[in-house]
Design a protein around this ligand. Structure first.
Ligand SMILES: Cc1cc2nc3c(=O)[nH]c(=O)nc-3n(C[C@H](O)[C@H](O)[C@H](O)COP(=O)(O)OP(=O)(O)OC[C@H]3O[C@@H](n4cnc5c(N)ncnc54)[C@H](O)[C@@H]3O)c2cc1C
Length: 409
């Protein structure tokens, strides 16, 4: 049986970085797909939001309650390090809104090809189309069974990702392997998910994006106040501001609470300033049609549905709008009330659950249960918010595991 020093299972973001930093001819990456980094290709809408250019302090606050855990990984390999690695190898990057970092080409393929080129120039080998079936421990070695072949390893880096978008290869195998080796099983929980809304009229708004201020209430008690851009989907609402808060919403839904979303689609106005603007505009342009006028506040293809929803005839001229309807228009622009019925876990971008953090050393990524087993990337419990934080977690933990293995040799 062929023996390796380290076998990395999974050639995604974390596995590739681990391979690069191991730089070892006696180590190998086994990837089940016929390419490395299949998920990386679909990140950031195909543009790959590589990392976030914010400070370590902001990072610590961007992983819900797990940020501090990742501090040693970020100290080992941070945003500037992945940017430098890519730039030094020909992938130029740029910083966009909210410090999000993208390749200048706007193509995730550039990022992936650059990482594969770097890996090709390192000593770590990789093998595609290798679906690892099981890992067992035998004396001081691991036995890895893939494609009816067995190899042994002194160390394993489990880099198999979570459960989101299983068509990219992340089907939860890593958790199954870790549990079989002695780790605790955990309930699957997605992170960064869209939400499903009861009111079906919003389905007609599919594809429309708009900036909003929003408040979620559970049993009438405020649970989230936030603002950002949302996008209507075929059955609900998505967008960073929704996905970042989806776990809080889910917690309340699981407790059978009634969750209501109040959306302010005119966040730049107060109730008073909006009313005054409506009053002034209605006086200034008495013969203008209401439908055309409301476009001042809403995307064109949303106006008709909005007016229909609040029962006001879209052909009304501004001088025909009654005071009661003016108040209704203001109130509806300031507060669209929707009922949240579900958090769409099967559409979540990351998995929040995974191997429990307390079972993995934050300083090395080595399992505290199984010596020489290293757990990295999305497989570690605790996801980040949108904005490049999840890939950075994968890169940082992949590098930390690799350098920890090297330093113990
Ligand atoms: C649609 C979408 C968009 C996203 N956009 C962004 C973004 O822009 N920025 C960001 O920071 N994060 C983004 N994320 C999250 C980010 O992609 C993941 O958190 C990150 O890829 C996790 O890296 P990983 O190495 O842990 O797992 P993965 O990248 O999922 O890699 C795991 C690899 O292991 C392989 N594998 C699994 N089981 C086996 C097995 N039994 N044998 C062999 N190989 C196996 C898989 O085939 C896969 O290639 C996005 C996620 C999705 C779904």
């Amino acid at each position: 049986m062929k023996n390796y020093d380290t076998v990395i299972i999974g050639g995604g973001a974390s596995g590739i970085l681990a391979g690069i930093y191991l730089n070892d001819p006696h180590s190998i990456i086994l990837e089940k797909n016929n390419i490395l980094g299949k998920k990386l290709l679909i990140t950031g809408g195909g543009r790959c939001n590589i990392t976030n250019n914010s400070t370590l302090k902001e990072y610590i606050n961007s992983y819900y309650n797990s940020g501090n855990y990742f501090r040693p990984a970020f100290n080992r390999f941070f945003n500037k390090d992945i940017i430098e690695l890519l730039e030094d190898n020909g992938c130029k990057t740029k910083v966009e809104d909210d410090n999000r970092v993208f390749p200048v080409t706007n193509k995730s393929k550039t990022v992936l090809n650059t990482l594969i080129n770097i890996l090709d120039n390192k000593k770590t080998q990789y093998k595609l189309n290798c679906n690892v079936n099981s890992i067992t421990r035998n004396d001081n070695q691991f036995i890895i069974d893939y494609n009816n072949t067995c190899i042994s390893a002194n160390n394993i880096i489990l880099a198999t990702g979570g459960l989101s978008y299983p068509e990219t290869g992340s089907t939860g195998d890593g958790k199954r392997f870790a549990v079989a080796l002695g780790h605790k099983n955990t309930k699957n929980m997605g992170g960064l998910s869209p939400i499903k809304i009861e009111e079906t009229w919003i389905n007609k708004l599919q594809g429309i994006t708009l900036p909003v201020k929003l408040e979620f209430k559970a049993n009438n008690k405020s649970i989230v106040k936030d603002s950002g851009s949302i996008v209507f989907t075929h059955n609900g609402i998505s967008g960073f501001v929704i996905m970042n808060n989806s776990m809080t919403i889910e917690r309340h839904l699981r407790k059978n609470k009634e969750v209501i979303l109040n959306m302010d689609v005119t966040p730049d106005y107060t109730y008073e300033s909006l009313y005054k603007t409506l009053q002034d505009d209605f006086q200034k342009h008495p013969t203008q049609g209401l439908k055309r006028y409301i476009h001042k506040y809403l995307p064109k293809n949303m106006v008709e549905i909005f007016l229909e929803q609040i029962n006001i005839d879209q052909t009304t001229k501004l001088n025909q709008v009654t005071k009661k309807d003016r108040v209704k228009i203001r109130d509806s622009l300031k507060r669209i009330r929707l009922t949240v019925v579900d958090v769409l876990e099967n559409e979540s971008q990351v998995t929040n659950s995974g191997i429990k953090r307390k079972e993995i050393s934050p300083d090395t990524c080595e399992s505290k249960i199984v010596p020489h087993l290293y757990i990295v990337g999305e497989l570690i419990e605790g996801c980040g918010i949108c904005g490049g934080y999840n890939l950075q977690k994968a890169f940082s933990t992949g590098v930390l595991a690799a350098t920890s293995i090297k330093s113990r040799r």
